[in-house]
Design a protein around this ligand. Structure first.
Ligand code: ADP
Length: 720
C-alpha cells in the first residue's frame, strides 16, 4: 500500500532552524489541521525524525469505546504495519496496555510475546513506549502511545512532543467516536488503494506545485524511493520526478486535458519507458486543487510502431530494389534480339520481351488468322515447357527442343530452337522458367547455301580435274609436236645445208668455166657471145649470194657458225666495204660519205662477220635510195664500252609498223610478185643473228619517205 505523504509540505515548512521555531511550526500545523487526528499524529512523527533523529516510529491511540489500541500513524515503517498494530485494551499481559497506565516511558523488549507487528515494523531489539497523556483522562491512563527506538538525545523534544501530541489527540478524540471514524476512513482508503493499485498504469495525485500527494503502487515504483534503497534507484526516481514535474508544468501551459508523451526511466532495470500522460484537474474542499495524472505505458506500443515503420521502410526499399532489378532485367531481355519468355511454375507467362510479344500476343484489331496463329504458337510453347515443369530433372536441367512457330501476321513458318532453364529460390523451390527461342531460319539457310556451295565446288573441282587432264594431254601433244617440229626443222636445215652445198659446187664450176671463157681460154669471143657469157656470170653470182645466205642461216640455226675473234680497228672496215661495193656505188650515182672516229679503240671481235653486216646494210641503203647520199659513221661509247657503225640513207624509208618484221626470215616490206626491189628477205635476219652472236645488236631509226639509219653496236671486247 502506498504511503500517504502529506507531511512533505510540513517538512519543507520546518526547514527554519531553532527548536523554538520548530516547535512553533508544529503547533501551527496542529492549529490548521485541528480536527485531523491522523495528520497531526503523522506530522508529529516526522517532526521527531527531523529534530530528534528518530528513524522509525509508530503512533497508537487507545479507543476506550471499542476497547482497542489502534495504530494511527507511522514513520519509517510500512502503512500495513501501522494498521496491523491493533490490539485489545483488555489484554493485561500486553506490555503496551501496561505502558498506557505508566506515567513514564517504558522499554519493551521485542522478544516478548506481545510486540506484534509493531515490533516487526520497528525492527528487532528493544523499543520505547511513550505514554501520550491527555488533560482530562489522567485516571483512565494515557490517550495513546508513541513507539520508537530511543534516539541519542531525545529526552527534551520527546517529552515536549508527547505532551503536546497527547493533549491534541485527547482534544480531537473528545469530539466523537474516534475508532469508528478511523475504521471507516481506513476502509474507504483501503478500498481506494485497492482500486488504484489494481490499475497497472501509474496513477498519481499531485498538488498544483507538482508535489506528490497520492500514488498507486506502480507510480511508487517510478517516483518514490526510500533512503535504504540503492543510489542508482534513487537517482532514477529523482530523474523521473523531475521529468514528470516538467511534463506537468508544460501541460499547465498548453492545456491539461491533452495527452502527451513522457519518457521515464525504469528505476529497477534502468531501461527507458515511454508513457502517455493524461492529466486532469480535481478540486477538493480540504486539499484544494490537485492534478490527477494517469500514465499509460506505451513503450511496447511505440516499439511495435517503430518496428512496423522500420519494416515498412525496409519493405519499401526492397520493393524499390526489386523494381530496379526488374527494370534492369526488362532492359536486358528487351535488348536481346531473340524472343525470351519467363513463365511461373504453373506455366503462366509472367514476362516476355518485344520479339516474344510479336509471336505470342496479338492486337485486338488483328485478323482472325493472326489470333489462331498465336494460339497455335502458345500451344506449341506450352507443351514444350510442360516437359520441363513436370520433368524429374535436377535444378540445373536445361531443356532444348525444336518448335515450329508461325509468324502471326504473315503465317510464315518459323522453325525455332527453344532453350529453357529453371530459376530456383534459395530454398530450392522452382520460381520461374526462362526460355530463349532462337530463330533457325538463318542457320538453315546457311546450311542450304553451304550445301549448294559444296555442290558447286565439287562440280568445279571435277571440271578443273578434267581440264587439267585435258591440258596434260595437250601438253604432251605439244611436246611431241615440238619434238617433231624440231626434228623437221633440223631436217630442213640439214636439207638446206646439203642442198646449198650441192648447189654451190656445180654453180662454182659454172662460174669458173664462164670466167675462163670470158678470159679467152677457148679462143676469142664474138661480141654477142661475150654479152651472153657476162649475163651467165652475173646471174650465177646472184644465185651464189642467195645460196650463201641460205647456207649462213641454216648454219647459224644449226649452231655451226664459227666465231673467230681477232683485234682490228672498226674504222678500217668502212673503206674495205666501200671498195667491195664500188661497182654498185658507181652504178647508183650516190655519194657515200664515211665518217670515222679517230679515237675509236681497236676491238676484239669477228672481223669477217662485222664486215658482212656492214656490207649488207650498205647494199640495202644503195638499193632503197634513189637520190641524196649515204653516210657510214663509226662511233665509240667509252661509257658502255661499245663501238657503233651506223649506215644512214636518204632513201624510201620504212613505216614504223614494219620496223620489227623486216628482221624476220624471208620478210620484205613489199613481198608481192610485182615487187620493185629484188632480194631474198634474209639479209637483215642474218645480220641480226650475227650481231647477236657477237654480243651486239642492230637498231633502226626510220620513217616512210624520210630515209633510214641502221646502227650496228658491238662490245669492244666480244671474247666470250
Ligand atoms: P632483201 O634481200 O630483200 O634486201 P633484207 O633482209 O636485206 O632482204 O631486207 C628486207 C627488207 O627490208 C627489204 O626487202 C626492204 O623492204 C627493207 N629494207 C632493208 N633496207 C632498207 C633501206 N635501207 N631502205 C628501205 N628499205 C629497206
Amino acid at each position: 500500500m502506498a504511503r500517504p505523504q502529506p507531511a512533505r509540505s510540513l517538512a519543507r515548512q520546518t526547514l527554519s532552524s531553532g527548536t523554538e521555531a520548530a516547535r512553533l511550526e508544529l503547533l501551527e500545523y496542529f492549529l490548521i489541521h485541528h480536527d485531523d487526528l491522523q495528520r497531526c499524529a503523522q506530522a508529529s512523527l516526522e517532526w521527531l525524525h527531523r529534530y530528534a533523529g528518530v528513524k522509525r516510529s509508530v503512533c497508537l491511540l487507545a479507543d476506550r469505546d471499542s476497547g482497542t489500541l489502534v495504530g494511527v500513524a507511522g514513520f519509517g515503517v510500512g502503512a500495513d504495519d501501522v494498521e496491523m498494530s491493533e490490539s485489545s485494551l483488555s489484554d493485561e499481559g500486553n506490555p503496551l496496555v501496561g505502558a498506557l497506565a505508566s506515567a513514564e516511558p517504558i522499554i519493551i523488549n521485542s522478544g516478548r510475546a506481545n510486540g506484534g507487528s509493531t515490533r516487526a515494523a520497528l525492527g528487532p531489539g528493544a523499543y520505547a513506549a511513550v505514554p501520550l497523556r491527555g488533560v482530562r483522562d489522567r485516571e483512565e491512563g494515557a490517550v495513546g502511545l508513541l513507539l520508537m527506538r530511543p534516539g541519542s538525545d531525545t529526552t527534551a523534544d520527546l517529552s515536549w512532543l508527547s505532551t503536546v501530541l497527547g493533549q491534541k489527540l485527547d482534544q480531537i478524540r473528545g469530539r466523537g467516536s474516534l475508532a469508528e471514524e478511523v475504521r471507516k476512513l481506513r476502509r474507504e482508503r483501503s478500498l481506494l488503494f485497492t482500486i488504484i493499485n489494481s490499475v497497472t498504469d501509474p496513477i498519481m495525485l499531485t498538488d498544483t506545485e507538482g508535489r506528490l500527494i497520492v500514488a498507486n503502487a506502480r507510480a511508487e515504483k517510478l517516483f518514490a524511493a526510500g533512503e535504504e534503497e540503492s543510489e542508482g534507484r534513487r537517482r532514477a526516481v529523482e530523474l523521473n520526478n523531475m521529468l514528470f514535474s516538467a511534463a506537468l508544468s508544460r501541460s499547465a501551459v498548453e492545456g491539461p486535458s491533452e495527452a502527451r508523451e513522457l519518457l521515464l526511466v525504469d528505476p529497477s532495470e534502468g531501461s527507458d519507458l515511454l508513457f502517455e500522460v493524461l492529466s486532469s484537474t480535481v478540486e477538493d474542499s480540504r486539499e484544494g486543487t490537485g492534478i490527477v495524472s494517469v500514465l499509460r505505458n506505451i513503450t511496447d506500443l511505440r516499439r511495435a510502431t517503430e518496428q512496423i515503420e522500420e519494416n515498412y521502410q525496409r519493405l519499401r526499399v526492397l520493393e524499390a530494389e526489386a523494381r530496379t532489378e526488374r527494370d534492369r532485367l526488362n532492359l536486358i531481355i528487351d535488348s536481346v534480339a531473340d524472343p525470351i519468355i519467363v513463365t511461373d511454375p504453373t506455366g503462366e507467362t509472367v514476362l516476355m520481351n518485344a520479339p516474344a510479344e510479336e509471336l505470342f500476343t496479338v492486337p485486338v484489331t488483328a485478323a482472325d488468322i493472326a489470333e489462331r496463329n498465336v494460339q497455335a504458337n502458345d500451344a506449341h510453347f506450352s507443351s514444350f515447357i510442360s516437359g520441363l515443369l513436370l520433368g524429374e530433372g535436377g535444378p540445373r536441367e536445361i531443356r532444348r527442343g525444336e518448335i515450329g512457330l508461325v509468324n502471326p501476321s504473315s503465317s510464315e513458318l518459323i522453325p525455332v530452337e527453344a532453350i529453357a532453364g529453371k530459376v530456383q529460390s534459395e530454398s530450392g523451390e522452382l520460381t520461374a522458367v526462362v526460355t530463349i527461342l532462337h530463330d533457325r531460319r538463318e542457320a538453315l539457310e546457311r546450311v542450304r547455301l553451304y550445301e549448294q556451295l559444296k555442290l558447286a565446288s565439287d562440280e568445279l573441282q571435277a571440271r578443273v580435274q578434267a581440264a587439267t587432264a585435258e591440258l596434260a594431254t595437250q601438253n604432251e601433244l605439244l611436246r611431241r609436236q615440238a619434238i617433231e617440229l624440231e626434228q623437221a626443222s633440223r631436217l630442213k636445215s640439214q636439207f638446206l645445208a646439203n642442198m646449198s652445198h650441192e648447189f654451190r659446187t656445180p654453180l662454182n664450176a659454172i662460174l669458173g668455166y664462164t670466167h675462163m671463157l670470158l678470159h679467152g681460154v677457148a679462143g676469142d669471143l664474138t661480141v654477142a657471145a661475150r654479152r651472153q657469157l657476162t649475163r651467165i656470170d652475173s646471174n650465177g653470182r646472184h644465185l651464189l649470194t642467195i645460196i650463201n645466205e641460205i647456207l649462213d642461216i641454216t648454219r647459224i640455226e644449226a649452231g655451226k657458225m664459227p666465231i673467230q675473234i681477232s683485234e682490228f680497228n672498226p674504222s678500217e672496215i668502212v673503206p674495205e666495204v666501200m671498195a667491195e661495193l664500188d661497182p654498185v656505188i658507181a652504178r647508183s650515182k650516190l655519194i657515200v660519205t664515211p665518217k670515222l672516229d679517230p679515237e675509236a679503240p681497236p676491238v676484239h671481235s669477228d672481223r669477217q662477220k662485222v664486215k658482212q653486216i656492214v656490207v649488207n646494210l650498205l647494199s640495202n641503203a644503195l638499193k632503197f635510195t634513189h637520190q641524196g647520199g649515204i653516210e657510214i659513221a663509226v662511233m665509240h661509247d667509252a661509257d658502255t664500252g661499245s663501238v657503233s657503225i651506223a649506215v644512214s640513207d636518204t632513201g624510201i624509208g620504212i613505216a614504223p609498223e614494219h620496223h620489227e618484221r623486216i628482221f624476220e626470215d624471208f620478210r620484205q616490206v613489199d613481198s608481192s610478185p610485182s615487187r620493185q626491189y629484188g632480194g631474198t628477205g634474209l639479209g637483215l635476219a642474218i645480220c641480226r643473228r650475227l650481231a647477236g652472236a657477237l654480243g651486239g645488236r642492230i637498231a633502226l631509226r626510220s620513217n616512210l619517205g624520210q630515209g633510214s639509219t641502221f646502227t650496228l653496236t658491238i662490245p669492244v671486247d666480244a671474247t666470250p
